[in-house]
Design a protein around this ligand. Structure first.
Ligand SMILES: NC(=O)c1ccc[n+]([C@@H]2O[C@H](COP(=O)([O-])OP(=O)(O)OC[C@H]3O[C@@H](n4cnc5c(N)ncnc54)[C@H](O)[C@@H]3O)[C@@H](O)[C@H]2O)c1
Length: 260
């Protein structure tokens, strides 16, 4: 038995970065995975899982629409006969515009994917989990949802909304056996942050990335996947309503000046 043996999990944003790494780790730990993404790169994720002997199916679709959420639920029931957990991880960076340059369309786009997407995962998956007496819901928030300076105002507010969803939904699902949590990654090298890394490499400043946290480096998708798989597993049976930073210690500090 491994940590996720017999768990049937839906993971959104599984075509890249944190979602792909979590799908691969979850499958290697025994889960059957429905890997969801807007991009058909999600089929590469599924191929890598099945090539390694794991179980996964791909769903190409928008996780931030009612139809997209209904589709991934149906796909999981179809392929694996039920659902034990969902990881609403799909997200967008929002572009990082200064607040005075943001317009309503920018806000609507960022909130739709980053906050309404996780809400739809709750809405479409929780009733099934309640019916079977338990399950796990996980969402990707961010250190940007905890404090300033890790993204634009729209992005940060969208992630603060995810943290609030973890807190409020945990109580809405009182005594149902369903747990809900959020993970708050720090700076992780993924598709979303690739421009930051590419820019630093082209300037020769890549060894400065992540130096403001006490682990003194950026994180890797696999390091978020470890926390995600724990929170999706029964090993986390008493963790509920939490937003857990996985950020090398960044959010542990007051403002701090890096010693030159
Ligand atoms: N990379 C970081 O430093 C970092 C830090 C904190 C939080 N996060 C969060 O982690 C999550 C995963 O991002 P990542 O860093 O792996 O980036 P990524 O760009 O590598 O992966 C995100 C994936 O989500 C998919 N996606 C976007 N909108 C979607 C939608 N509506 N429906 C289905 N799929 C959709 C994209 O196609 C992409 O494959 C996001 O919620 C992001 O906000 C990332």
């Amino acid at each position: 038995m491994t940590r996720l043996t017999n768990k049937r999990l839906i993971i959104t944003g599984a075509g890249s970065g944190i979602g792909r790494a979590t799908a691969q780790l979850a499958a290697s730990e025994g889960a059957s995975v429905v890997a969801v993404d807007l991009s058909d790169a999600v089929t590469d994720t599924v191929q890598s899982i099945t090539a390694a002997g794991g179980k996964a199916v791909a769903v190409v679709g928008d996780a931030a629409t009612e139809e997209g959420a209904a589709n991934y639920v149906a796909a999981c029931i179809d392929a694996f006969g039920g659902i034990d957990g969902v990881y609403a991880n799909a997200g967008i960076g929002g572009g990082g515009k200064p607040v005075l340059e943001l317009d309503v369309a920018d806000w609507e786009r960022t909130l739709r994917v980053n906050t309404i997407g996780p809400f739809l995962a709750v809405k479409h998956v929780a009733p099934l989990l309640i019916k079977q007496g338990g399950g796990a819901i996980l969402m990707t928030a961010s250190v940007a949802g905890l404090r300033a300076n890790a993204g634009g105002s729209d992005y940060s507010a969208s992630k603060a909304g995810v943290i609030s969803l973890a807190q409020t939904v945990a109580y809405q699902l009182y005594d149902t056996g369903v747990r809900i949590n959020a993970v708050c990654p720090g700076l992780i090298e993924t598709g979303m942050t690739q421009p930051i890394f590419d820019r630093a490499r082209s300037r020769g400043t890549q060894d400065r990335i992540g130096r403001i946290n006490p682990t003194a480096r950026n994180g890797e998708p696999a390091e978020i996947a470890q926390m995600a798989c724990f929170l999706l597993s029964d090993a986390a049976s008493y963790v509920n309503g939490q937003a857990i930073p996985v950020d090398g210690g960044l959010s542990a500090s007051h403002p701090w000046v890096y010693p030159q």
